[in-house]
Structures are given as structure tokens and as C-alpha cells.
Design a protein around this ligand. Structure first.
Ligand SMILES: Nc1ncnc2c1ncn2[C@@H]1O[C@H](COP(=O)(O)OP(=O)(O)OP(=O)(O)O)[C@@H](O)[C@H]1O
Ligand SMILES: [Mg+2]
Length: 497
């Protein structure tokens, strides 16, 4: 037998590298025009004609059908930034593409890729160190105003920038209300406990913060009480009425009268299960599946609230906030069915309220972590979706600022300061990495450049001025204030860098 053949052409060398870099450049060019407070929104239409209007880099890239493998890496980069930090998705893509472009030029000039990689790594480490030591400002010094400014900066490029005063307050209040201390004594702000509900109608400014986790469904039956307090909550992720047969087990019924008996037995089983739940003390039962009217009767009789078809994600958050365990079966080790009261979650109150035209279930005073809901109002779906994305960015930034306690100046200030510092650093190194570090420094300037271009300003002129200020700040001890965020109103969370 010969060696294994793999079909297709195998390409290598400079051509492929250039192609890859070009593909990444193309992706970055798409999002470039949406960067910054004067950046433009994008309208994306998919195959079936669904429209999305957004300014969020990660969302734009997710919607594009990118097939080029190298370009896909950039899309993943944006998604990762969205998951880890929440904001700055456009910026990372632009910087990454610029770094690649410059690295490709270096390779063309016969610098070996390993030298470039180690140069970039070194530059990155030095940059992070410099940000931490010199550029970052402690939040305690700046107080609540600073948080509001951070929130405002992150939403300045979004649809809601016009009402940023209003929304920034809402966001800061929401994040502060989910404050908790974890087992290791660290103060955390789990923003997953902030549920965003979208309701049509009224204007954006009529949005408000609600205490408690809101589920976007009403009670399963009218006969159930509107309010139970204190609430013991059971979270079920299976159908109360059905039992899964073991693999390969089939039941064949030849006599129609037998069928009736089976139904009866099924009804008995459901009744037994519900009674098991109620006996354990549950007075609120949430399930991701359906419950039929027959079964609802038992809940109504017991004065308990049952909510069906809860979204699994919501259920997970409720379980976390109330200390409940999500149950996917009643079966126990002995092969019997049981439900222990330790699986229940606790809340001060569960109540049904009407928001806009919808009934929602509010879970207030949750035991483990507190939960709040942001009710967004807006004219249409596009607007509400974009508002949600913008608020997600701001919530993440406020959370990051509170957890890291540091901020840096925005508007390309940090990038320009770093660029100057790294350029100086490069000249002090007598190795091959020098060139790579200098290119890294140059790449960072893309952010202030794009910000200026998007605002229809003279980028060359402005970036030159910005760099001059930073050089003065770095070389003259009495002019240090020129590089700090104090005299620049726009600040971004440090971690979003
Ligand atoms: N008022 C302002 N003046 C100058 N620059 C600003 C101002 N507000 C924000 N910026 C800058 O705009 C950039 C952020 O822009 P934008 O929010 O569009 O992109 P992103 O945060 O990278 O990505 P996304 O928000 O889409 O996830 C940051 O570099 C920030 O410093
Ligand atoms: Mg942003």
C-alpha cells in the first residue's frame, strides 16, 4: 500500500499567507465604519428577509456567512471578546487585522515569523504592564460618576446614545443591585442575574428597572393564586405526565378497553408526582415542558402556582438565584420516584404582574443571589433588539469596572500612549524583535485613526497631535496629566482594552 493520498491542492508559501491576511483585512473593513461614537450602524438582511440593524461588531460578524478559514478566526475572536468582556468587539477585530497586515509585510522583508511572533508577544506583555502601572486609574478616586461615564462611553456608539444619561443610571443601578460576595470573599457582579425583557410600545425612556427576576409567561391556570409568599420553588426540566420507556421497550395494545386503563394509570401517576412535589413543600412549580389541564387541577386545588414552558435559560438563572436544583427526573437510586425538599429554591415572593400587554411572573427576594429585570420599551423589534445589545455592552463594562476597580481613558488615548512607549522600547532592543515591536506600536494607532476618519476629521493631523501630547506626557515629569483620563471625559473599562 502506498502512502495515504489526500485529494485537493496543497498550497503554501507567501501567496497563501497574503491571501489569508487579505481575507482578515476584508472582514475588518466591514466593521471599521461602525467604530466609535460617530460610527455607522449596519443593516443586515438574511436569506429569508429578516432584518437586523446593529452597531455591535460581534453581531455583525456573526450574521455574515464567512467561509474563509482565516477570516473565520477573526469572527471567533469577536465572539470571544463578546463572551469574555462584552464590549470592544469591533476594536479587537480592527487591531488584529492591522497586526496581521503588518506582520505579513515583515515576512515579505525576510524577517522570520518566529521573530515576529516573539516580538509581538513581548510588545503585548510590555503594553499590559504599562497600562497597569501608568495608565490605569483607580475607580475609588472617581466614585459613581465614573461608573456612569463608563456606561455612557460604551453606549455612545449605539442607538441609545441620545438617552445615555437615562440609560447609564439604569445600568449602574442594575449592576449594583446584583452585587454579591462569593465563597472566596471576592465581590462579584453576576450580570446574568439581570434579565432583560422587551415590551413593545411607549418610548425608550419609559424603560425601567424591576426588582426580581421576570419570567415572560403567566400562570398556567386562572384559578391559581396571583401571589404566594414565601415561595418554595421547584424547577423541573421534564414532562410531569410522561415516563420515558427504556430503550427498545414497546407496548402493543390489542384491546381498546386496555387503552383506557393505561390512560387512567397515567393520570394516577401524574397525580402522584404532583402530590410528591406538593408534599415536599413546593408552592411554585416551574417546568420547561407543558402541563395539561387535568394536571393543573391539582395545583389549583393546592393553591400553588405552576408555570409551564419556561425557557431553559431562564430556568437556569432562577435556579441559581433561588438556590434550587434543576431536576430532570424523579427517579432515584432505588429505581423509585422521589423528590426531596432540599431540591427546592426559596424566594420571598412570587407574583404575577402585568407589564405592557403581557402577564409576567416575578420572583422577588431570591435567596442566594439577588435578581433584577430591565424592562425595555421601544417602538419595534429592531429597536428593542439593538437596545438589548447596547445594554449588554454597558452592563458588562460596568461589571468589569467594578470588579477590576480601574479605568483608562478612551477615544484612542491609551492606544496612542502605548504606541509611543513601545516605539521607545523598540529602539532600546538590539535584536530582531525590534522591528516587530515597532510595527506593533504602529498598529495600535489604527484605533484613533479610524475614530477620526469615521468622524470625518483629518486623521493624520489629529493622530499626530495626539501622539505629540503623549510623548510630552511621557518625557516631561510635570506634564504627566496630559496622558491621564482626568481631563478627557470619555473613559472605557480597563478590561475592555
Ligand atoms: N465620546 C467619545 N469620543 C471619542 N472616542 C470615543 C467616545 N466614546 C467612545 N469612544 C471610543 O469608541 C470606541 C468604541 O467604539 P464602539 O463601541 O463602536 O466599538 P467597540 O466597543 O470596539 O465594539 P462594540 O461596541 O461593537 O462591541 C472606543 O475606542 C472608545 O474609546
Ligand atoms: Mg462599544
Amino acid at each position: 500500500m502506498g502512502t495515504l493520498d489526500i485529494l485537493g491542492d496543497r498550497q503554501s508559501g507567501q501567496d497563501v499567507r497574503t491571501q489569508n491576511v487579505m481575507a482578515c483585512g476584508a472582514v475588518a473593513n466591514i466593521v471599521k465604519s461602525s467604530l466609535g461614537p460617530v460610527g455607522l450602524d449596519k443593516m443586515l438582511v438574511d436569506d429569508i428577509g429578516d432584518v437586523t440593524i446593529t452597531n455591535d461588531g460581534a453581531t455583525i460578524l456573526k450574521m455574515l456567512e464567512v467561509e474563509h478559514p482565516a477570516a473565520k478566526v477573526l469572527v471567533e475572536l469577536a465572539e470571544l471578546q463578546d463572551r469574555e468582556v462584552g464590549d470592544g468587539t469591533t476594536s479587537v477585530v480592527i487591531i488584529a487585522a492591522e497586526l496581521l497586515k503588518r506582520a505579513n509585510d515583515l515576512v515579505r522583508n525576510n524577517i522570520h515569523p518566529t521573530s515576529i511572533i516573539s516580538g509581538y508577544r513581548l510588545a503585548m506583555r510590555e503594553a499590559c504592564k504599562y497600562v497597569e502601572e501608568k495608565l490605569a486609574v483607580k475607580v475609588e478616586k472617581l466614585g459613581k460618576d465614573c461608573l456612569i461615564n463608563c456606561a455612557k462611553t460604551s453606549m455612545s456608539s449605539k442607538l441609545i446614545s441620545g438617552d445615555s444619561d437615562f440609560f447609564a443610571n439604569l445600568v449602574v443601578e442594575a449592576v449594583q443591585s446584583v452585587k454579591m460576595t462569593n465563597a472566596r470573599g471576592e465581590v462579584k457582579y453576576p450580570i446574568k442575574g439581570i434579565n432583560i425583557l422587551k415590551a413593545h410600545g411607549k418610548s425608550a425612556k419609559d424603560s425601567y428597572l424591576l426588582n426580581g427576576y421576570a419570567l415572560n409567561t403567566g400562570r398556567a391556570a386562572q384559578g391559581m393564586p396571583i401571589r404566594v409568599a414565601p415561595a418554595k420553588i421547584a424547577c423541573l426540566d421534564f414532562n410531569l405526565q410522561k415516563t420515558k420507556m427504556q430503550m427498545g421497550v414497546q407496548v402493543l395494545v390489542s384491546d381498546p378497553r386496555e387503552l383506557e386503563k393505561i390512560r387512567e394509570r397515567e393520570a394516577d401517576m401524574t397525580k402522584e408526582r404532583i402530590q410528591r412535589l406538593l408534599k415536599a413543600g413546593a408552592n411554585v412549580v416551574l417546568t420547561t415542558k407543558a402541563i395539561d389541564d387535568m394536571a393543573l387541577k391539582y395545583f389549583v386545588e393546592a393553591g400553588a402556582i405552576a408555570v409551564r414552558r419556561v425557557r431553559k435559560e431562564d430556568m437556569r438563572h432562577v435556579a441559581k438565584a433561588t438556590g434550587a436544583t434543576m431536576v430532570s427526573t424523579f427517579a432515584d437510586m432505588e429505581g423509585e420516584e422521589s423528590f426531596d425538599s432540599s431540591l427546592l429554591g426559596y424566594a420571598d415572593e412570587v407574583v404575577e404582574e402585568r407589564i405592557a400587554d403581557d402577564d409576567v411572573i416575578l420572583i422577588k427576594g431570591t435567596k442566594t443571589t439577588s435578581a433584577v429585570s430591565l424592562i425595555l420599551r421601544g417602538a419595534n423589534d429592531y429597536m428593542l433588539d439593538e437596545m438589548e445589545r447596547a445594554l449588554h455592552d454597558s452592563l458588562s463594562i460596568v461589571k468589569r469596572t467594578l470588579e477590576s476597580n480601574t479605568v483608562v481613558a478612551g477615544g484612542g488615548a491609551v492606544e496612542a500612549a502605548l504606541s509611543g512607549y513601545l516605539e521607545c522600547l523598540a529602539t532600546t532592543l538590539g535584536s530582531r524583535e525590534q522591528l516587530a515591536i515597532a510595527e506593533f506600536a504602529e498598529s495600535l494607532l489604527i484605533i484613533p485613526k479610524v475614530l477620526a476618519v469615521n468622524a470625518a476629521k483629518d486623521a493624520t493631523d489629529l493622530v499626530a497631535k495626539l501622539r505629540a501630547y503623549h510623548t510630552i506626557a511621557q518625557t516631561h515629569a510635570d506634564k504627566k496629566h496630559l496622558s491621564s483620563g482626568y481631563n478627557i471625559p470619555a473613559t472605557v473599562g480597563y478590561s475592555s482594552f
